[in-house]
Design a protein around this ligand. Structure first.
Ligand code: 5AD
Ligand code: SF4
Length: 350
């Protein structure tokens, strides 16, 4: 039973030895609940078209210097089947937020097609923003069984500072509830190290994860993007990067200590800050990695933040270098498994 005060103290640690001790404790909890195991999800960034205009994000609708794309259905399915052949067991289809009948049925068809062609051997996670319950239901019926929708921050006033006035915090929370009702495994998360963010706010985020009884957590440190209102003028010095990586790792560790058996992703943002960022994430308590399997020709279009890694690396290269890195820290990869959240099954038993 960790108190808010203890959590805040963890998040404020700076002493290297104390930090290592925190990560070690979190890793032990991961070992107890999950073992030395890492689940992989092939990430496909299907479109960078987004109707939202979040102040921190490089593909916000207001950024006119982004060339917008949507990958053709056949090419998305091709990447999904590539992931299957390479024993990934699971994929994430991620896109900017588009609300239209055309988009809903596009996703629905792709999900159905991947389910059929993979004979149900690929777990499918969607990450396509806020939609109506009816759309979530269609996608669920088509065969998606996990959904990621980050709350970004659990503090409504801070949320209002990071987003234009028409972005609605309550609506986002309601989406998480709807997803839950539809029996998705539900994931959410926040960014850490945002300008002006306090340890107390991050503790509130951790309590939010707990209160919403989430199955999966995907979060990462904020990384400025120069074409955004929030990122303009922030210099990415080595010291800045080090701090961002550190707060990202501390949030993973605290989440593991608090939520114990959920799936926690070691996200690309960590890798953007350090070559070994994702491995460090695993050693601080994360158990999921999402290697990018998007066709390399599209990757430049999906830059949420500066210095996105592996822009030129093809999926084949990403796969073998990642496998080596994971094995080198003594972890095993769960090949050919969905890698479902244990928490989801436990809460269903209750
Ligand atoms: N730095 C880090 N993460 C970001 N995201 C968007 N912009 C940034 C940024 N500048 C994250 C958000 C979003 C996810 C797709 O990427 O949390 O939910
Ligand atoms: Fe769109 Fe997500 Fe970026 Fe916001 S964070 S602009 S919703 S892609």
């Amino acid at each position: 039973m960790l108190t808010d005060h203890e959590l805040a103290r963890y998040l404020e640690l700076t002493d290297p030895a104390e930090l290592q001790e925190l990560y070690r404790k979190a890793y032990e909890v991961k070992l107890r609940h999950i073992g030395k195991k890492v689940s992989l999800r092939g990430l496909i960034e299907i479109s960078n078209i987004c109707r939202k205009n979040c102040y921190y994000c490089g593909i916000r609708s207001g950024n006119t210097s982004v060339r917008r794309y949507r990958i053709d259905a056949e090419d998305i399915i091709h990447s999904a089947l590539w992931a299957l052949e390479h024993h990934y067991g699971s994929i994430v289809l991620q896109s900017g937020e588009v609300v239209s009948e055309e988009f809903s049925s596009f996703i629905e068809k792709i999900v159905r097609e991947i389910r059929t062609r993979s004979e149900g051997r690929l777990g499918i996670t969607l990450c396509c923003g806020e939609q109506t319950p009816a759309v979530y239901e269609r996608w669920r019926k088509a065969g998606a069984h996990r959904y990621l929708l980050r709350i970004e921050t659990s503090d409504p006033l801070f949320y209002a500072k990071l987003h234009p006035a028409d972005h609605n915090f309550e609506a986002r929370k309601q989406c998480l509830r709807e997803l839950r009702k539809l029996d998705y495994q539900v994931g959410s998360g926040v960014m850490s190290g945002l300008p002006g963010q306090t340890a107390e706010q991050l503790v509130h985020d951790l309590r939010f994860f707990q209160e919403f009884d989430l199955d999966m957590i995907g979060m990462g440190p904020y990384i400025p993007h120069c074409d955004t209102p929030l990122g303009k003028g922030i210099e990415l010095t080595p010291e800045y990067r080090r701090k961002q990586l550190e707060i990202g790792l501390k949030m993973i560790a605290c989440t593991r200590l608090l939520l114990e058996d959920v799936n926690i992703a070691s996200t690309t943002a960590l890798q953007a800050l350090s070559d070994t960022g994702r491995e460090q994430g695993l050693l601080a308590g994360a158990n999921v990695i999402m290697p990018n399997v998007t066709d390399t020709s599209y990757r430049r279009g999906y830059q949420l933040y500066a210095d996105k890694p592996a822009l030129d690396e093809n999926s084949e290269q990403s796969c073998s270098s990642l496998t080596e890195k994971i094995l080198s820290i003594g972890e095993q990869i769960l090949w050919d498994e969905y890698g479902d959240s244990r928490h989801y099954f436990k809460r269903k038993e209750l």
